[in-house]
Structure formats: C-alpha cells, structure tokens
Design a protein around this ligand. Structure first.
Ligand code: F6P
Length: 455
C-alpha cells in the first residue's frame, strides 16, 4: 500500500483529531501517504471527492492538533447505501482515481454499519469514537443474546455468565472520558447552587439509550443516577428524593437522555434524524421527570417547609448538552485515540478488512490496543446494537453505580486528566488576547488545503 484515506463520520467527539493524528503519525513512519476526506461519507458521495493531503513529504500538516476538539476533516451523518450499487461503483471509481488503497473510518456503531458496502471493493477498518461509549461488547458472545419477539422487535436477554472486565470488547471509546469529565464538572457546579437555594436539580446527560455517561457522572457525586437500562420506578424514586431532601435540603439527580418509565416508554420524545444509520435524537427526559415530580410532590410540601414558593420553583433542570461533545479532549481520550488511529493503519497494512481497532483492558497489562473482526459485533441477523451498561454496573436500589460499576470506571478515570489539561485552562482561558483577537477557525486554514478530483 502506498496511499490510504481517512474520514470522520457521524456526530463529532472531542478526540477525533487525536485519532487522525495517530493514524497520520503511523502512516508517515511507514512512508505511507494519507488523505483525509472532508465531511465524512459526504465526501465520497461528492463527484469531486474533496480531500486534504494530511502528510505531504511525510510530515503532518500543522493544522492537525491532537489537543483540539472537533475534527479538522469535518463530520456529517451521511452514510452509504448498499441498495445503490451504481453509487457504490462511482465511489469506488473515485477512490481508484485518487489511488486510495485502503480506508480508515473513524466512527461508532452507525459508521460500522455504514461502511459495510465499501468493504466489498476496498479494505476498510474502523477506529472507534463515540461519547456514548456504546460501541463494543460487555462480553464476546453478547450479540447472541438478541432475539426477535412476536412483533419482530429486537429484545435482549442478558446472559447468566458472571461479568468479567477483562472480557469486555472495546472497554472505553475515545470521547467518553471527556464527556464524563464535562458532565461530572456540571454536576459539581449545579450542586452548590441547589444547596444554597434548597432546590432539587435534574441534570440530563447524553448517551442515547446507553447510560455510560450518566454512570460516569457519579464522579460529580450526584445523589441519584437514572440510566436508560433500568426503568424509573416513580414510588421508590420519590421516596428517596424526599428522604434526601429532608436531610440535606437539596437533591441532585442525573438522568440519561434515554431513561424509560416503568412500562418501558421513553420519558423524553424520540425523533428520527435524517441519519441513515437509524440513529434517533432524544430530548426532554429531564423535563418529563420534572413534571412527574412536581405532580407527585406538590406545592404544599415546599411551602410548608419554607423551602420554596412552589414545586415548580423548587425543581429545576439542566441539560449538559453539546459541551459534552466539544472542546479539548482529556489526556485519556487523546492518548488512546491516537493509539487506536495508529493501530487502524497497521490493520490495513496487515491486510485486515471490516475490522475495528479496540481498546482492551486487563489487570496485568492495563489498557492496550487490539483488533476485532466487525462481523463479531453483529447479531445473527447482521445488526450491530448499541452496547448497554451491563446490569451488574448499576445498583437499582441505591440508584448509583454498584461496586462492579465502580471497578469498571476506575481504570478509565484515575489519571484521566493530564497536568497539561489543567495548565491549559490556567494559561489560555483568561488570556488577554482572547478579548482582542477574533476566533480563528481551523476550517479557514483547512479550506486552503482542500483538493478535488481532476484539479
Ligand atoms: O451519539 C452521540 C450523541 O451526542 C448522543 O449522545 C446524542 O443523543 C446525539 O449524538 C445528539 O446528536 P446531534 O448532535 O445530532 O443533536
């Protein structure tokens, strides 16, 4: 191989540039040219195939900074369709014209589904990313636990096998640690204001149907964590909230955006995106929960205790939102994202196709990168499912991570933040230049490097 391509697909995460950097550094070491495609699969669908040479003369372009969030290549939620052979033919033709011999897609489960049609014509591997931490398996045979019910809906039956951290496939995904860092900080900050004003705070974090971000936000020490994998039982929840409120006059609750009620219905609204990977957008879980609590607890309770004018004024929500997905990636994410990018290059050179570079963990070795065949993530019908928080990670009675969950989180987050991350805040946030100079977007510089097929 002499030249490979790389693209960033789906929603962005903070460590994408670090993954690209790892791939470019490894490619340059191996004297391999690497071209980046602009805006994910959107570039391949464009007859002009917009691209950037990321290592001219085997030197990484200066715009590529592993400590910057986002992606210099741009991202989109466009995917390829295997139902359109003509389109696939055109894409393959474009890639051949540019002499691309292998492709790295940085993405999550949607991307792994989306890159399938290409693997029939070209070696393609995935370097993982997602703040949701839902790309991977809790144990290698997990895809076999999915079955279709009478209504042809997917159902999951958890295995009776005891959980073992060392058997997880892709222990953690670049982006997850930074998202948790942001959420846990948000929880800490909301706490003191809830304390002062005798309020109940509900903080909604991202993650779609997986509760990993909510689970990790335990580092911010909320009182209650609700995850989508464990249905919300309103009676014990209200009882616990009142108990805590009596004691400390404030309660902080974290909820994943995909939490469900007792019947298994999502509390928030689910909307289908235009994303052909089938992803959905969830919104409003915290608000829905707030309404339920206002109704159950009622104004009288707050008024009689002189802790607020009404339930409405005493219970508030905060959505952490897209700050979870943006900004500088913490050290853990940068370091392993870069290794996973480098590993993806090695995998292409080893002749692998339709495989994923994964981050593994063992007590003896700590974290290490490996590869995993894509088909092993699929169920018997060929579907890749988002990984759920394993039931043993969550203590339903206390509504918090269990000891197994704590054991899962600790290796990721102990030392996840580097000295330089802290120093970065100290040096750059209140730099006087920030007030004088306008923001200079990396897109402006990358635009100058974009080339097109045939010109
Ligand atoms: O999959 C990543 C994610 O951030 C989810 O946690 C969230 O539900 C979704 O993307 C939001 O997507 P968008 O940025 O397109 O609104």
């Amino acid at each position: 191989m002499k030249r490979i391509g790389i693209l960033t697909a789906g929603g962005d995460t903070p460590a994408l540039n670090a993954t690209i950097h790892g791939a470019v550094a490894r490619a340059s070491q191996l004297r391999l040219e690497i071209f980046g495609f602009i805006k994910g699969f959107n570039s391949l669908l464009n007859s002009r195939l917009p691209h950037v040479h990321l290592n001219p003369l085997m030197r990484e372009i200066p715009e590529l900074d592993a400590t910057m969030g986002g992606t210099v290549l741009g991202a989109s939620r466009d995917y390829l369709s295997s139902d359109n052979p003509q389109q696939m033919e055109q894409i393959y033709d474009r890639l051949s014209q540019l002499q691309i011999e292998g492709l790295i897609c940085i993405g999550g489960d949607g991307t792994l589904n989306g890159l399938q049609p290409l693997t029939e014509r070209l070696p393609v591997v995935l370097a993982p990313k997602t703040i949701d931490n839902d790309l991977g398996l809790n144990y290698p045979s997990e895809p076999d636990q999915w079955y279709l019910d009478d209504q042809e809906c997917y159902q999951y039956k958890n295995s009776s096998l005891a959980f073992n951290q060392e058997h997880m496939v892709n222990y953690a995904t670049p982006g997850y640690a930074t998202a948790v860092f942001d959420s846990a900080m948000g929880v800490e900050r909301v706490r003191t204001t809830a304390e002062s004003h005798r309020r109940i705070a509900i903080i909604e974090v991202m993650g779609r149907h997986s509760g990993y971000i909510a689970l990790g936000s335990a580092f911010g020490r909320p009182d209650i964590i609700l995850i989508p994998e464990s249905h919300v039982h309103i009676d014990p929840l209200v009882e616990r909230i009142m108990e805590l409120y009596e004691l400390q006059k404030n309660v902080v609750i974290v909820c994943g955006e995909g939490i469900k009620d007792e019947e298994g219905n999502e509390l928030g609204a689910a909307q289908h995106t235009t994303d052909p990977a089938g992803n959905i957008i969830l919104s409003g879980a915290a608000e829905a929960l707030r309404s339920m609590l206002i109704e159950r607890i009622g104004d009288g309770y707050f008024v009689s205790r002189r802790r607020g004018e009404s339930a409405n004024a005493s219970i508030f929500t905060r959505k952490v939102g897209h700050t979870q997905r943006g900004g500088r990636p913490v050290l853990f994410d940068r370091f392993y994202a870069s290794q996973l990018g480098g590993k993806a290059v090695d995998m292409l050179l080893e002749g692998q196709n339709n495989a994923v570079s994964v981050l593994q963990w063992s007590n003896e070795r700590g974290f290490y990168v490996d590869s995993f065949e894509g088909y092993r993530l699929r169920d018997r019908w060929g579907q890749i499912h988002a990984r759920f928080v394993h039931p043993s990670f969550y203590d339903e009675d206390h509504m918090k991570p269990s000891q197994v969950g704590i054991d899962y989180l600790l290796p990721i987050f102990t030392n996840a933040v580097g000295h330089d991350d802290v120093e970065h805040i100290r040096r750059t946030l209140f730099a006087s230049g920030n007030l004088m100079l306008p923001y200079h977007s990396v897109n402006t510089d990358i635009n100058k490097r974009i080339r097109y097929l045939g010109g």
